[in-house]
Design a protein around this ligand. Structure first.
Ligand SMILES: [Cu+2]
Length: 178
């Protein structure tokens, strides 16, 4: 299944509804049992039995979810084979790109540095969606691998307070429709 824009929100919404119904039914069950005598020993026994298993389940789900999310990190590892390297130079208060445009579908490796202080490179798609973020640092080359699958004008902003005119530190990067 391929995820489209908006699909994660639908999945999260559906999960929320199911969990809410489960929680509501737990309240109903407890409400129906009101007035019944249950010994404190039984409450402890069942409670601790449930609590241990709940902790184990959450830990297992956490490990799997964190592990899966690590597979999708955009930070470069390995060579630039098959990628178009876009050199990004930043400084107070500009972004410059070489090249400054690529065709749609290009697998890009942004190679970033700064000539003065740290800057926060953040790339927004033509629809305004944040699709990548990495620091540009003096004396370092930080790499960010992205596939630019939407044609249009991408916007770059600096999200690291870098000086008086930080808020003006913006530029655009064009992805052409072949
Ligand atoms: Cu800045």
């Amino acid at each position: 299944m391929s995820l489209h824009y908006g699909t994660p929100q639908l999945v999260i919404g559906a999960v929320f509804v199911v969990l809410s119904l489960l929680l509501a039914s737990a309240f109903v069950v407890i409400g129906l049992q009101a007035g019944t005598d249950v010994s404190v020993e039984r409450v402890h026994r069942v409670g601790y039995w449930l609590r241990k298993r709940w902790l184990a389940l959450l830990a297992a789900v956490g490990v799997v979810v964190v592990g899966l999310s690590l597979l999708d990190l955009p930070y470069a590892s390995g060579g630039a084979a098959g990628r178009t390297v876009v050199t990004v130079t930043s400084g107070q208060f500009f972004w410059s790109f070489a090249p400054d445009r690529v065709p749609v579908g290009t697998r890009v490796r942004f190679d970033l540095t700064s000539v003065d202080v740290n800057h926060g490179f953040v790339l927004y798609s033509p629809r305004g969606r944040l699709i990548g973020s990495v620091q540009a640092m003096p004396g370092y080359h930080n790499l960010l691998d992205l596939t630019l699958s939407e044609a249009g004008v991408y916007r770059i902003r600096c999200l690291e307070l870098c000086g008086l005119n930080h808020s003006t530190m913006q530029n655009t990067f064009t992805v052409t429709a072949h």
